[in-house]
Design a protein around this ligand. Sequence first.
Ligand SMILES: [Zn+2]
Length: 465
Amino acid sequence: MSRTVIHGGLVVTASDEIHADVLIEGGRIAALAAHGTDAATSWSADRRIDATGMYVLPGGVDAHTHMEMPFGGTYAADTFETGTRAAAWGGTTTIVDFAIQSMGRSLREGLDTWHAKADGRCAVDYGFHMILSDVNESSLKEMDRLVAEGVTSFKLFMAYPGVFYSDDGRILRAMQRASGNGGLVMMHAENGIAIDVLVEQALAEGRTDPRYHGDVRKVALEAEATHRAVQLARVAGAPLYVVHVSADEAVDEIAAARHKGLPVFGETCPQYLFLSTDNLAEPGFEGAKYVCSTPLRPREHQEVLWRGLRNNELQVVSTDHCPFCFSGQKEMGRGDFSKIPNGMPGVEHRMDLLHQAVVDGHLSRRRWVEIACASPARMFGLYPKKGTIAPGADADVVIYDPGAEQTISAETHHMAVDYSAYEGRRVTGQVRTVLSRGVPVIEDRAYVGHAGHGTYLPRGTCQYL
Ligand SMILES: [Zn+2]
């Protein structure tokens, strides 16, 4: 069995910061030992990695990506190959992507389609959630089978009428099913029926620029849908995970539910923490780069999101990575913001942006690792295989240089998209080396991985219940 020793670094997990060497055997963490101890110095190894001055982190877990996702007549620009490679560059070694059930089709058919897209192409490990777009007797039954085989979370939409939208009755049925089979319902919580009225009115009045995308998707309509989702989950006796929380009042709804003791969880994304409606209002058609749903909010929401992350009102930061090129894709919405494909690139920069939040004092180092690695792994049944550095865990390890300075740019990023939402932003901290199950994927800032190294991860059920 091949042996790797990572020596001299500071091992940071969600619970500890330990000056320890790490022994990897095969694809797993075998042991940790304090620097300079007999135990550590006696380890023989085929490969030694010097991590002096570096952090040794568990690989990031991004629980919300959309590679090659069809949307509005086009496809998200990253394939599983390019998207997982970019993830690795940014220190993310596991993604959980969304397989989609098409209207009138089975869950199985959707899942098979997504397996075919990902199989043999990923640079790092991956799992799937299932998007339920057609809740009926047979898809409800299929949920049980999927949970049993490792697809344990199901996303429903209160938005996008006519596409992914489910009404309250269908949502309730799916939640009831999840309460029986151990599944976790993930909710896109925005009142899409009301939003569509406002979209129609805005366009009729000639308000067609990207900024109006943010205008019509009102805070109240995110808060209302979040409240309704909580109450439906409560009636069903099911847990609830609210995806991409962007508004202060939606955080309040989740906090209130948790205060009552309900198993309600919240996710936010870097774009809501670092960007705002100021970006949507950038001149020309530039604002289109920042069109995603839920939308970016006015700046003052950011502090509420940071507070929510510190207080554990929000548990996870994922990216909702769903990139569309500015040229040819975002441009489909010139003169009509409702035709701009919804989504932003982000899978590569989550770990770095959140490290910047550590530098800026928003988060502690351990909380950084918790919301980016450990909590998403626990939330989606992957812990402690993923999300930590401990004996027995997969050797998904990031050697992170906390002092390196970098400038985020489309010129240098590895996502297959022609712009960066963070163009020109200076951040402190950068990935140096990344191992996936003990195998180098990034080595001293060079890509040494390959498509097909990443394997499919059947998941257990949510480990917070
Ligand atoms: Zn999404």
